[in-house]
Design a protein around this ligand. Structure first.
Ligand code: DGT
Ligand code: CA
Ligand code: CA
Ligand code: ZN
Length: 579
């Protein structure tokens, strides 16, 4: 079923394309108005079409012609008119509209006069100074377009959660400085701690929405206003990230926070629960229908909203319609791990290989964080690019660790470790008699990442079977937004870890977060311990622990499920290697 937002976006696309074609301004406006109205509707157009299609045109702002298009769109999932328009104008032209200051009219001129249909072509045209020669443009506009190109290029892309974090902090500061802002929260995937974020969803309680919107627009971070209504607006930041702001009254804050935190799937499940109880839930509140009239039941806080459905306030990280409702019903909502549960880090590099800080500096930094132990795990020899350690250099590093340990405060443990490569042909990059002397061994794949499933899985399972291996690091090799995981059979890997009593890493690097939340949840179900590790290559790299913890929470992990919330001696026992 199409959402109102999807229908509105389609209508906006039609309006944009019509404007390109120089269509009648009233016609263009009819589509834009309808799009705006539909975006703001609190009931679903798709449902309305199913139940009473003729009433659509009765809604203020939706004309008969556009209403007909909506019916077609909802009933068939297609809009022939849009398809015809796209036959005439390449869709890529629409990306030109992402440049601040370039509207459909200017974009049409660029396309018609210069044949510019993509951002790359536009950059080339600007650099060749062809744009300034166009009527209504000039050198200043040309420069503004060049300046705006990075914004346009970044638009529509997801960003790492960790990239959104400082933007949220700055926007929070900015918005909180506005006297009209009574309450503020960032909802959406950001609040759920999802590893990548499509856009930010800011929610504000205020009695003066326009002041709040003015204030947001005045932020130095904001590049342009995309849309603005009475209680909501969308802006694009200079980084390209979009921010949706909604202003709600106090009585709706909890309901709106719940709704816009999502996920959509969680909301769908919640709505059906409400229905079962004879209640209706939306972003304004929870309602009961009494003698045909809707009565507000709750909405000021999330506690009220979930509470009147007999549910606990789910930690946002769990709101993905996976296990959370089941857990709540069984009274088994897990108490999620928090960063201060973590007692040590078991994966980090030093200047001996590709780290930028020395062994003593890394150790001192770990102590300052209050950790009880660290494992130093530089690369092994196969990783030539990182000057990986051969047995000789590794043993030398371990002697250095002995010396450092002798000076370390009582109770702080520096573990002799290694990140040993799992070789392309199978087997490990260092001999067993060397590995046997280590306190902690993580094995990982850096070469032969594209091998077929059976081969790469066998290499990992074989590594898990090695008695000296403690854990597999970044077990699927994914790089978020950049590289897919290897074709490893995760179930087989988990079963092998279970069989051999090994841990699997949740690599906390915000570009990895590997294992992901779903696989970590599977590990939990199977009883395979997860270790959350920074894989730091610098002192600052130790800061990423919190991203790993956030991902662990999304997996529903408790402190007990995370091995490095234990003391080192407990952790050793867990691995069956009692001291
Ligand atoms: P993102 O921005 O792609 O990383 O993911 P979200 O989850 O932040 O999604 P977004 O920004 O489109 O919408 C924010 C929340 O609003 C979403 O998590 C749930 C709610 N929401 C949006 N559209 C719908 C919908 O069609 N139905 C329901 N039930 N909830 C929706
Ligand atoms: Ca969002
Ligand atoms: Ca959004
Ligand atoms: Zn590493």
């Amino acid at each position: 079923m199409l959402t109102n937002a999807q229908i509105a976006a389609t209508l906006e696309q039609v309006a944009d394309l019509l404007e390109f074609q120089g269509a009648n301004a009233f016609r263009v406006r009819a589509y834009r108005n309808a799009a705006r109205v539909i975006r703001n509707l609190t009931h679903e157009v798709a449902r309305l079409v199913a139940e009473a299609p003729h009433t659509l045109a009765e809604i203020d702002g939706i004309g008969t012609a556009v209403a007909e298009k909506c019916v077609t769109l909802v009933q068939t999932g297609r809009l022939p008119q849009l398809e015809a328009l796209l036959d005439e104008i390449p869709e890529s032209v629409l990306t030109l509209l992402r440049i601040p200051g370039v509207g459909p009219r200017k974009a049409a001129v660029l396309y018609r006069e210069l044949g510019v249909a993509t951002l790359d072509q536009l950059r080339a045209a600007c650099e060749a100074q062809q744009v300034r020669a166009l009527k209504g443009f000039g050198a200043k506009t040309e420069q503004a377009i060049l300046d705006g190109l990075p914004v346009a290029e970044a638009a529509g892309q997801r960003v790492y959660w960790a990239e959104a974090e400082p933007l949220v902090a700055q926007l929070r500061d900015h918005l909180q400085a506005c006297a009209a802002v009574d309450q503020l929260e960032f909802a959406g995937s950001y609040r759920r701690g999802k590893e990548t974020v499509g856009d930010l969803d800011a929610l504000v309680v205020s009695t003066a929405p326009h002041e709040v919107m003015e204030h947001l627009a005045s932020s130095r971070l904001v590049a342009e206003t995309l849309a603005r209504g009475d209680t909501k607006m969308s802006v694009r930041l200079a980084t390209g990230l979009q921010v949706d702001l909604r202003v709600v009254p106090p009585a709706s804050f909890g309901a709106a926070l719940q709704y816009f935190t999502g996920s959509k799937e969680h909301n769908v499940a919640l709505r059906s629960r409400a229905k079962q109880r004879g209640l209706k839930i939306n972003e304004y509140g929870v309602y009961r229908t009494v003698e045909g009239a809707e009565q507000y039941v709750a909405g000021a806080t999330e506690e009220d909203v979930y509470g009147c459905l007999g549910l606990p306030v789910f930690p946002p990280e769990l709101r993905e319609a996976r296990q959370e409702f089941h857990w709540a019903d069984a009274g088994q909502l897990p108490e999620l791990v928090v960063e201060r549960d973590v007692r040590g880090d078991l994966h980090m590099h030093t200047t001996a290989t590709d780290g930028v800080d020395s062994l003593p500096d890394m150790v001192a930094a770990a102590q300052r964080r209050g950790w009880e132990y660290v494992a130093i795990t530089d690369h092994s020899q196969r990783v030539t690019m990182a000057r990986g350690l051969d047995p000789h250099r590794l043993l030398a590093q371990w002697r250095e660790i002995d010396a450092l340990q002798a000076q370390a405060p009582a109770g702080f443990r520096i573990l002799k470790g290694i990140e040993v490569d799992i070789l392309e042909k199978g087997g490990l990059d260092l001999p067993d008699d060397v590995l046997a002397q280590a306190d902690w061994v993580v094995a990982s794949i850096h070469y032969g990442q594209r091998q077929p499933r059976a081969q790469i899985t066998a290499r990992i399972v074989q590594a898990l079977a090695n008695p000296h291996v403690s854990a597999i690091a970044h077990p699927t090799g994914r790089l978020l937004l950049r590289r897919d995981p290897y074709d490893v059979d995760v179930t087989a890997m988990l079963q092998a870890a279970k069989e051999y009593g090994k841990c699997l890493e949740l690599n906390a690097n915000p570009m990895r977060l590997d294992l992901d939340d779903v696989d970590c949840a599977a590990a939990r179900e199977l009883g395979v311990p997860i270790v959350i590790c920074t894989d730091a290559h610098s002192v600052e790299g130790l800061d990423v622990m919190r991203y790993g913890v956030l991902q662990a929470r999304r997996a529903g992990l408790t402190a007990a499920d995370v091995a490095n919330t234990r003391s080192w001696s407990q952790l050793r026992q867990l691995l069956g290697r009692a001291e």
